[in-house]
Design a protein around this ligand. Structure first.
Ligand code: ADP
Ligand code: ZN
Ligand code: MG
Length: 476
């Protein structure tokens, strides 16, 4: 039987506001434990929450970016459950009426067409604190308690683990472009839960899903989904689907590459949601509503502009635009008036490979955009060959030095002086009279031999185009 994979993703994005969702405490939770707390986020009796306007604005900007409906009136609810890192005994979240509803974005299907992924909702809520286990005792750090989160819930429209990763990378790029979150996955400011099920191809019904938690890298998300899909298909084929696949929450063990049952899935009724009596409905004034429509250029728009403006390939444009920092780096290179295709190659191939090897990324690159552009310029103005430029780049990765100084120091300046090259050619031809005779008698492939000899004599520094030209003249 052929199966179809059904995936819906829930993403928690920590908004990069200065203060918490309902109090004036700082959001920097790496500080000394419990430093950033106050009566409100410690849940002392009588302390009242106040909605953070910046968080509301950032949630709305996200809504505009995914073509969603922004609800001018939304409600904050209490989601009741007990956990030591949740001193109030409930989390303030949004339930029936979230601030953002009915958006979408597109991913590329395997066949090259696009698939529209519905985004059911994006709602504001507060984060919990952190339990710390040390030996035989446990501690609670409430620095993170009350930090604003935007929970983004997709429709079950995603059809493969690759599409899931694409969807997440798009979301990631969007929140970075909007500058509403630093979206650092390792630090937990961009977290994903994946809901996964399968169904016989052609069946429209939704089958039992499991929710996988604890996914903090794109690679883990892909592997966890693939493992889970395999498990469902095997259970179906072995006739034990109903016993093996139950609605539950599972954890991904990244060491072993497997998912494991954590607990039965709670239903929303378990949480006894009700509107928080301490908070009035959130009503957006008309002027604020209009103001938030002012959002920066988005990844898809940038990608399209790169193709139009610089004539680069859509594939390269997509690659560059997928990260805000890479896009900024590229545009900074283009300001130097270099050829766009050269910029793409030196950024996405040469620099990328070296960063990758050094365990760095574009934000920590020892070679900045202006420097890399200058290196490209030196190839374009024929000061160095493309091959020599690779050595210069290697050197620049290790040494904080100007491009021209590096070229000097490495002695890689290209020889494009006709006289000097002619002298080398004359000498080589004189030393290889037999080969010259063979060439003139028709053995044309010897031409490459002569080119090689000249390049060798010049220690690779002769301008190869000029060498070719002059050799042809001399040999004719
Ligand atoms: P809950 O209220 O239990 O969290 P939701 O209806 O809000 O459930 O769905 C949570 C997520 O699970 C959404 O992203 C949704 O698209 C996804 N989802 C729901 N049913 C399925 C299914 N059968 N297979 C895969 N994903 C699903
Ligand atoms: Zn506080
Ligand atoms: Mg839900």
């Amino acid at each position: 039987m052929e199966f179809e994979v059904v995936i819906g993703l829930e993403v928690h994005v920590q908004l990069n506001t200065k203060t918490k969702m309902f109090c004036a405490c700082a959001t920097s939770f790496a500080d000394e434990q419990n430093k950033n707390t106050c009566p409100t986020c410690l849940a002392l009796p009588g302390a009242l929450p106040v909605i953070n306007e910046e968080a509301v604005k950032k949630a709305m900007m996200f809504g505009w970016a995914i073509n969603a409906t922004i609800n001018k009136k939304s409600i904050f609810n209490r989601k009741n459950y007990f956990y030591p890192d949740l001193p109030k005994g409930y989390q303030i979240s949004q339930f029936e009426i979230p601030i953002v509803e009915n958006g979408y974005l597109f991913v590329d299907k395997e066949d090259g067409t696009k698939r529209k992924i519905g985004i059911t909702r994006a709602h504001l809520e507060e984060d919990a604190g952190k339990n710390i286990h040390e030996g035989d005792h446990s501690k609670v750090d409430l620095n993170r308690a009350g930090t604003p989160l935007l929970e983004i819930v997709s429709e079950p429209d995603i059809r493969s683990s690759e599409e899931a990763v694409q969807y997440l990378k798009k979301l990631h790029a969007i929140v970075r472009y909007l500058d509403i979150s630093d979206a650092n996955m390792q630090e937990g400011s961009f977290r994903c839960d994946a809901n996964v099920s399968i169904r016989p191809k052609g069946d429209e019904k939704l089958y039992t899903r499991v929710e996988i938690k604890n996914l903090n890298s794109f690679r883990f998300i892909q592997r966890a989904i693939e493992y889970e899909v395999e498990r469902h298909i095997e259970a179906w084929e072995d006739g034990v689907y109903d016993q093996e696949v139950v609605q539950e929450t599972r954890l991904f063990d990244s060491q072993k590459g497997v998912t494991r049952s954590m607990r039965g899935k709670e239903e929303s009724a378990d949480y006894r949601y009700f509107p928080d009596p301490d908070l009035l409905p959130l009503v957006i004034p008309e002027s604020f509503y209009e103001e938030t429509k002012n959002i920066p250029e988005l990844p898809d728009e940038k990608e399209e502009r790169f193709v139009q403006e610089y004539g680069i390939k859509p594939y390269d444009a997509a690659l560059i635009a997928s990260s805000l920092e890479t896009a900024q780096y590229f545009e900074s290179m283009m300001e130097e008036g270099i050829d766009a295709k050269n910029a793409v190659t030196w950024l996405t191939v040469e620099l990328a490979a070296r960063l990758n090897k050094a365990g760095l990324d574009i934000t920590t690159s020892p070679v900045d955009a202006k420097k890399l552009a200058k290196l490209v310029q030196r190839i374009e103005d024929k000061t160095i060959s493309g091959k020599a430029a690779k050595d210069v780049l290697d050197f620049l990765m290790e040494n904080s030095i100007d491009v021209d100084e590096a070229i000097d120091k490495l002695g890689l300046k290209q020889i494009s002086d006709t006289g000097a090259i002619e002298a080398m050619i004359d000498e080589i031809l004189a030393n290889n009279e037999d080969k010259v005779a063979e060439y003139k008698a028709g053995k044309e492939k010897l031409f490459g031999f002569f080119v090689g000899q000249v390049m060798k004599a010049s220690k690779g520094k002769a301008d190869p185009k000029l060498v070719n030209e002059l050799l042809r003249k001399k040999l004719s």
